[in-house]
Design a protein around this ligand. Structure first.
Ligand SMILES: [Ca+2]
Ligand SMILES: [Ca+2]
Ligand SMILES: [Ca+2]
Ligand SMILES: [Ca+2]
Length: 231
């Protein structure tokens, strides 16, 4: 029986990305190398589940060049066996001295996945609107930037997934402000800082001040969290 092969993408500090494949138990090999992308520091890599619905999966890579402070995002798509091409790309400038990691998820709650691209100064929401076509439907500045993005599965149960942005000891929750009667290609976002949430520990006592560490957050009701510190 032919096993389905899993591929993986590796970015680099140089200008290219490499694609590897698992051949058999513990055996991996590189099967494809991109042309020079004229960017650097390609640490942010994300698999995309065929966002433009043409039957071919995509992957996204983002590079950042210093000191010109430009962020370049590329979306590649498979063109056949073991070959990939850039189908869309965009450049942003950033005032931040670094960039973080992006995520994907349903941000405008239409059942389709969007890319939430971290670009140093905040995030951009990129949406596929046709074959090989992506548009920016949201742009949020998050000081001080250079953050990790995670899409949360509607923790406060109001029907809208959250975008969680963490960096430099700060965490913010964002949600798209959606008007269900109107389909807009530009959506604003509301920002909720973690300090705006009521937080309780597992004994039921309210936590007034969060200290450095890693926390599990669990929604009790509305914007009230039960919290368990694990480190
Ligand atoms: Ca596709
Ligand atoms: Ca969506
Ligand atoms: Ca395509
Ligand atoms: Ca929500």
């Amino acid at each position: 029986m032919e096993m389905e092969k899993k591929e993986f993408v590796i970015g680099s500090i140089h200008e290219r990305v490499l694609l590897g494949e698992n051949r058999q138990n513990d055996i991996y090999c590189f099967i494809w190398k991109s042309p020079p992308l004229y960017t650097r520091n390609i640490f942010d890599v994300k698999s995309l589940p065929d966002l433009d619905h043409d039957g071919k999966n995509e992957f996204m890579v983002k590079g950042w060049v210093y000191p010109t402070a430009t962020v370049h995002c590329f979306i590649f798509e498979a063109t056949g066996n073991n070959n990939y091409e850039v189908i869309w790309d965009t450049i942003y400038s950033t005032a931040s001295n670094g960039t973080g990691l992006s995520d994907i998820g349903d941000i405008d709650m239409d059942g389709e996945i969007e890319i939430v691209l971290e670009y140093g100064d905040g995030f951009k929401v990129l949406k596929s609107i046709d074959n090989n076509k992506f548009v920016e439907i949201g742009n949020v500045l998050v000081n001080p930037g250079d953050s990790q993005i995670k899409i949360a599965p509607d923790l406060d149960r109001n029907g809208i997934n959250e975008i969680v942005v963490s960096g430099y000891g700060q965490t913010y929750f964002f949600e798209a402000i959606l008007n269900v009667n109107e389909k807009k290609l530009k959506i604003p976002f509301s920002k909720i800082e973690l300090k705006d949430y009521k937080i309780f520990d597992f004994t039921g006592r309210e936590v007034k001040k969060m200290e450095k560490g890693i926390y599990f957050l669990k929604v009790k009701e509305g914007k009230i969290f039960k919290i368990i510190k694990i480190k």
